[in-house]
Design a protein. Structure first.
Length: 311
């Protein structure tokens, strides 16, 4: 069993800490909705993103927020959305995050990740995370809307890898595409990806409204099927099934207007840490974080990396 977490191109192993008395000085990973705007209209979107949404905070506010996260001690930033590449200043944002030691992961649908953009972003991005839920154009459109298509996602994977980036393919596994899991697996197998993460639909955003139709009825059986598929894939491809534990859904979350929350996707609930990113002192961050119970902090670590998810 392999731990699927890859940091700067290396896979990490080790004994996972126990939850009793667990403490963190700061969150290891922060999930950030850079913008709520997106060309896709994914029916399982956990953030309710859409094409007419505001872009989000201005770059000065964003840079202050990134500075505070760095000073606080956060180690990793997952920059997603929405679609972060719709922001014309995304390269400058990721450069700033990388310069502050936040090790950004870019979560994208890949539509705008052409060769030039991949080359521009690669020096600042620890990992490219590219969505691929189906290789069938009609099924892809049914899940993600008419914009883009699987050919653009597959192109983005190669562009990112050619630029020297580490690539993780992400698949939202649901009732509509699970019967074609082997087709997606074959595409990932042929690609330059080093990781394949499969997510269950979470009851948040549009996903909450359609989970009764899209949700997997038996997560254990889905994990078993992923494990069976994995047996036929190349050995250097780390495969992970995510979403069959309540801990998977707990994350430290930075909203598009740069508010910090502790979010639990499984219950569609959130707790605002009430921090003013423009004026709060780092001691305020530590004080707010200290109020989070040990179980929730441990869950955020499991959300970040856990060997039990490897298949």
């Amino acid at each position: 069993m392999r731990d699927p977490f890859c940091y700067r191109g290396n896979f990490w192993f080790g004994d996972f800490p126990r939850p009793e008395g667990f403490s963190l000085r700061a969150p290891i990973s922060v999930s950030w909705m850079v913008t709520r705007r997106c060309q896709s209209a994914c029916i399982f979107c956990c953030t309710d993103s859409h094409s007419r949404a505001p872009l989000g905070a201005d770059i000065a506010t964003i840079k202050r927020a990134l500075d505070r996260l760095s000073e606080w001690g956060a180690l990793r930033l997952i920059a997603g959305g929405g679609e972060p590449l719709v922001r014309h200043d995304i390269a400058d944002i990721l450069d700033h995050a990388s310069g502050r030691g936040l090790a950004p992961t870019l979560a994208t649908n890949g539509f705008l990740l052409d060769a030039g953009m991949a080359k521009r972003l690669a020096p600042s991005v620890m990992q490219f995370q590219i969505s691929l839920d189906s290789v069938r154009p009609d099924e892809y459109a049914a899940l993600r809307g008419a914009a883009g298509g699987p050919h653009l996602a597959l192109r983005a994977i190669e562009n990112a890898a050619d630029a020297g980036g580490n690539v993780r393919v992400v698949t939202v596994l649901n009732s509509r595409n699970i019967d074609h899991l082997e087709e997606v697996a074959a595409a990932v197998e042929r690609s330059a990806a080093t990781q394949w993460f499969l997510f269950a639909v979470l009851p948040s955003g549009r996903g909450a409204r359609l989970q009764h139709k899209l949700g997997l009825r038996d997560l254990a059986a889905a994990r078993g099927r992923v494990a069976d598929v994995r047996k036929n894939l190349r050995d250097d491809l780390a495969v992970c099934f995510w979403g069959d534990s309540a801990d998977d859904s707990v994350a430290v979350y930075l909203t598009e207007d740069c508010q910090i929350e502790l979010k639990d996707y499984s219950t569609n609930s959130r707790r605002n840490l009430n921090l003013d990113l423009g004026s709060a002192l780092v001691t305020d961050y530590h004080n707010a974080w200290r109020q989070i119970d040990a179980g929730a902090k441990h869950a955020t670590l499991k959300n970040f990396v856990s060997p039990v998810r490897a298949v």
